[in-house]
Design a protein around this ligand. Structure first.
Ligand code: GLU
Length: 478
């Protein structure tokens, strides 16, 4: 019988959900759903000093917001596999580490940080490129261990790497990969405080949780042979690995948290008014290409067409234009009710509208539905219109200084006063009236009004401006 597909996303709660993490989670999720498997969310919290409060919850809830819904998590545990946080299963790691010691493939190491630093220095001075533990503690006698303990030293446990052993595996993204054990030093699996290291805990977890496939970032590629060594000693079957390429900015540089032009955290996307379906779609195409260059996928379509063999093996470029385009596509395709729910909180951020009733806001919001690419854009566009500009530019001042301008403004003001309802037709007629009354037309007719109302020479349709400002505010500005 085929094994049930089980995949996982295993963040450390040291930060909030980042674009790279969300992408890993998404591809694991798609893999699970494609093959009717389970998608597990579990927590790798052994780096206790770096954990931050709230990170676990926010990672989980941001995933759910995106529609990447775990089948199992600390909030939805399957008793067969729980607990889902590493710090809650320290006794399990201890037991497995002891097994390796008993088998003679792991050993206590009493070297101190200072001694290790010295060892490293000495190797570097000999021109050694990457540091390898010198096995000082590999064959300690019981007496030597006793002596160290009396000195107050607490041991770590190191894994003894095999000699000249090839770790070969078929990576779902990169194809055949191979590492030689001689290039890897004996590494620590249990720290002296009884907490396992990542490379050890992840193997125990993946095995006990019956994980069949692991799609993760390529920064973990060099960890894989260490993990394979542990699988090999236990005689466990490893999962199939796939290491996804890095995400780069348009300059081809690896995304850095300091890259302020690029939104990096899901919380930022939420705040700026990106729709979860759009981010889902955007992430899907970040490192994956469809056969026919299709650009918009529903979740169901993404699951159906996903094929890990099409995961790109070259870096994925974060394309801001595509992100905005995708989001605007999804905004345009909301029905009006959904659109109102989405957009009203943004409109209320504009002080001018804070007290306006919802019906009025809904009407105004529709002006921008085809135009905005995220929620924040409506805030910026509206502010541009409703916040009065105190200082006009030179060009604008020159236009207002023309004698014809004051005539247009006076006549327009009077006609507006008498207008019952503001709509496209009424405002167009208003301009016609002013034109026939004054004989002024074209730019000389429109520009003075526009500048008086908004302070600038460009922008949306005039009747929309008057609609947004309202009759009273428009009159006062004129
Ligand atoms: N906690 C690790 C990380 O956040 C998980 C790595 C893995 O998937 O094995 O990078």
């Amino acid at each position: 019988m085929e094994k049930k597909v089980r995949v996982r996303y295993a963040p450390s709660p040291t930060g909030y959900l980042h674009i790279g993490g969300a992408r890993s989670a998404l591809f694991n999720y798609l893999y699970a759903k494609k093959y009717n498997g389970d998608f597990v969310f579990r927590i790798e919290d052994t780096d206790i000093e770096r954990n931050i409060p709230g990170a676990e919850e926010s990672q989980l809830h941001d995933l759910i917001w995106l529609g990447i819904i775990p089948d199992e998590s600390p909030e939805k545990p399957n008793p067969k596999y729980a607990p889902y946080r590493q710090m809650e299963k320290l006794d399990i790691y201890k037991k497995y580490a002891q097994k390796l010691v008993d088998m003679g493939v792991a050993y206590e190491c009493y070297c101190t940080e200072d001694e290790l630093a010295e060892m490293k220095e000495e190797q570097l001075s000999r021109g050694v490129k990457s540091f390898k533990y010198n096995r000082h503690c590999l064959n300690l006698t019981p007496e030597e261990k006793e002596k160290y303990k009396k000195e107050g030293r607490k041991p770590t446990i190191r894994l003894k790497m095999m000699e000249n052993h090839e770790f070969k595996f078929h990576d779902l993204v990169r194809g055949d990969v191979s590492f030689n054990s001689n290039d890897i030093g004996d590494f620590v699996i249990m720290k002296s405080n009884g907490i396992p290291t990542y490379n050890f805990a992840v193997v125990v977890d993946d095995h006990l949780m019956e994980i069949t496939h692991v799609l993760r970032g390529e920064e973990h590629l060099s960890n894989t042979p260490k993990q394979l060594q542990i699988y090999e000693y236990f005689g466990w079957e490893p999962p199939q690995f796939g290491h996804m390429t890095i995400i780069v900015n348009p300059n081809g540089k690896k995304l850095s948290k300091r890259d302020h032009n690029i939104l990096q955290f899901m919380s930022q996307y939420k705040e700026l008014g990106y729709l979860p379906e759009a981010i889902f779609n955007f992430l899907f195409l970040l490192g994956w290409t469809s056969e026919n260059n299709q650009e918009i996928f529903t979740k169901e379509e993404a699951i159906k067409s996903f094929d890990p063999a099409r995961l790109s093996s070259s870096p994925s470029m974060f394309d801001n234009k595509r992100l905005l385009w995708t989001n605007s596509y999804y905004i345009k395709h909301l029905n009006d009710e959904e659109y109102f729910d989405f957009i009203l909180p943004f409109m209320k951020k504009v002080e001018f509208f804070a007290k306006k009733n919802e019906e009025e806001l809904k009407k105004i919001s529709l002006i921008f539905k085809q135009e905005i690419r995220n929620g924040q854009e409506i805030v910026d566009l509206l502010n541009e219109i409703v916040v009065k500009k105190e200082n006009l530019g030179e060009e604008e001042t020159a236009i207002l200084d023309k004698p014809s301008s004051s005539i247009v403004i006076e006549v327009f003001k009077k006609s507006l006063q008498n207008l019952d309802e503001i709509n496209e037709m009424n405002v167009k007629n208003l301009f016609k009236q002013v034109q026939s009354a004054t004989g002024i037309k074209g730019k000389d007719l429109y520009m003075p009004i526009r500048i008086k109302l908004t302070g600038v020479m460009h922008g949306i349709e005039m009747f929309n401006i008057i609609d947004i400002l309202g009759k009273e505010e428009s009159l006062s500005r004129l």
